[in-house]
Design a protein around this ligand. Structure first.
Ligand SMILES: Nc1ncnc2c1ncn2[C@@H]1O[C@H](COP(=O)(O)OP(=O)(O)O)[C@@H](O)[C@H]1O
Ligand SMILES: [Mg+2]
Length: 469
């Protein structure tokens, strides 16, 4: 008998509350539905992956986005049951960097020993090992086949580096960051002194900021070479939830009203203004897993709003440690979206649908991943006192709360028609291109690119008001 390596990893992590998204995978159904859907994307000149969490606003039926997640996110195995395409995309980027940085000799041998870094959530919050470990192993296999004649080994962040040409290191964010430094001569990330050619998790950057290895401005200052990061051009934007909303303009997803606040006082002031039109979701910068995300509602007193802001900060401190203030500001505020209902025995639940965009030079592939339901039914009178009524990603993630993004019954219940799925995929690819273009141009106006797509998305791109003096 031989044991399937992926299966073994999944059996082990199933004992530590793994969400087992891979169980949703159905390769035949994916094929029948034409997923992943390929889109031409000439503008994209590199590799990467995004996970875009969408829902439908019950008030007007529009598609809206909760968050664009970077390539640390999971769910890529919910389509077919594995993440091979993602692992291949990562490995191809790593090989490109090895060449680009000049580490390959004419005979194909590596002249420098290099490291690839694969970081997952802090151990105590980590529930996606069934996706992560098989993917890293697949990455190592594919990489080895792409650099023949060189040796590749997989290590934990607790191991010393060996003599292999490529060390594939995995561990949680704090453990791998402890071994990462920046070479002041060339701005390259190094792992125990060896150059890093691939880093698969943008959350490494805020942790490196927090422990003082890079400055808070490193995503824009040029002090570090970000090219080893997967989806490197977007590593600032995947943590800038307000900037993300601006880029949805003219994509087919309605941008949410939002603000950013550099201090608690400013957050209080701006929350009060936005509360005039409804509840406001407050989010810290640079966090994940729902940490610190809270809601304030009309009628709250100043001290109640300040209490919510205090909870936001203390939750971040608890997860990430001290010295978090620089990282979590600006705090951001968003209009609260009450999603359409998913009816269950105990009442109506809110939801979001994760769309994946995997991209490589010239092409993007989009597909629905999973639909996440909130653990408790929504009640307009009490949801601000109970996050389980409105936050879908801190849920118990029991099987019943995680549905396949290909499940027609589920999609029909929440109102996601075939047309809306199509619109959602196109919008996600458009967002990716606009974001890429925007960072290539050093910022720029989020709404000012991709005329053709914009025209197609029914709002005229050349709106007269754009040209008013
Ligand atoms: N504007 C919003 N309206 C309603 N619910 C929201 C909104 N933004 C986020 N949520 C809910 O809160 C959860 C956490 O927010 P998110 O921005 O995804 O934080 P994180 O980066 O920590 O995952 C989302 O999964 C969603 O369920
Ligand atoms: Mg999220």
């Amino acid at each position: 008998m031989s044991v399937d390596r992926d299966r073994l990893a999944r059996i082990i992590v199933s004992g530590i509350r793994d969400i087992e998204e891979w169980r949703l995978g159905d390769p035949e159904l994916a094929k029948a539905k034409g997923y992943p859907r390929e889109f031409p994307a000439e503008l994209l000149d590199d590799y990467g992956m995004l996970f875009i969490d969408l829902t439908l606003d019950a008030a007007d039926g529009s598609l809206v986005c909760h968050e664009v997640n970077g390539p640390n996110a999971v769910g890529s195995d919910a389509l077919t049951g594995d993440s091979t395409a993602r692992a291949e995309n990562e490995a191809r980027q790593a090989v490109r960097r090895v060449r680009e940085f000049g580490y390959v000799n004419a005979d194909g041998s590596l002249g420098t020993k290099v490291v690839t870094v694969h970081a997952h959530q802090h151990w105590q919050f980590f529930r996606t090992g069934g996706e992560f470990f098989p993917r890293v192993a697949r990455f190592a296999d594919i990489l080895e086949s792409l650099v023949p004649g060189n040796t590749v080994s997989c290590l934990s962040a607790n191991d010393a580096l060996g003599e292999d040409d490529v060390s594939v290191v995995m561990g949680d964010v704090p453990a791998v960051c402890a071994n990462i430094t920046v070479n002041p001569q060339n701005g390259m990330f190094e792992y125990l002194g060896r150059p890093i050619v691939f880093m698969g998790n943008p959350n490494l950057i805020p942790e490196l900021e927090r422990i003082g290895r890079v400055s808070h401005l490193c995503r824009t200052s040029g002090e570090v070479n970000l090219r080893p990061m997967h989806a490197w051009r977007l590593c600032g934007l995947v943590h800038d939830k307000a900037g993300q909303q601006d880029l949805f303009d003219n994509t087919g997803v309605r941008p949410l009203r939002h603000f950013t606040a550099g201090s608690v006082e400013e957050a209080l002031q701006k929350s009060k203004e936005m509360l005039a039109t409804g509840p406001v979701v407050l989010k810290p910068s640079d966090t994940s897993g729902g940490t610190g995300v809270c809601v304030v509602v009309p009628g709250m007193t100043d001290s109640e709003i300040l209490g919510a802001l205090e909870t936001l900060q203390s939750e971040c401190r608890e997860k990430y440690g001290e010295n978090i203030e620089d990282v979590i500001f600006p705090v951001q505020g968003f209009e609260f979206v009450r999603a359409t209902s998913y009816p269950m025995d105990d009442g109506d639940h809110l939801w979001d649908l994760r769309m994946a965009v995997l991209f490589e030079p010239g092409k993007a592939f989009a597909y629905p991943v999973s639909l996440r339901l909130t653990p408790e039914p929504f009640d307009n009178a009490t949801f601000h006192t109970n996050r389980r009524q409105w936050i879908s990603n801190v849920s118990g993630r029991r099987e019943t709360l995680l549905k396949s993004g290909m499940d027609d019954d589920v999609l029909r219940k929440v109102g996601m028609t075939d047309e809306l799925m199509e619109q959602a995929m196109k919008a996600c690819v458009r967002w990716t291109m606009k974001a890429w273009d925007c960072t290539v141009r050093d910022g720029g106006n989020g709404g000012a690119v991709y005329e053709d797509f914009c025209e197609e998305a029914d709002k005229p791109f050349y709106r007269p008001e754009k040209f008013k003096a």
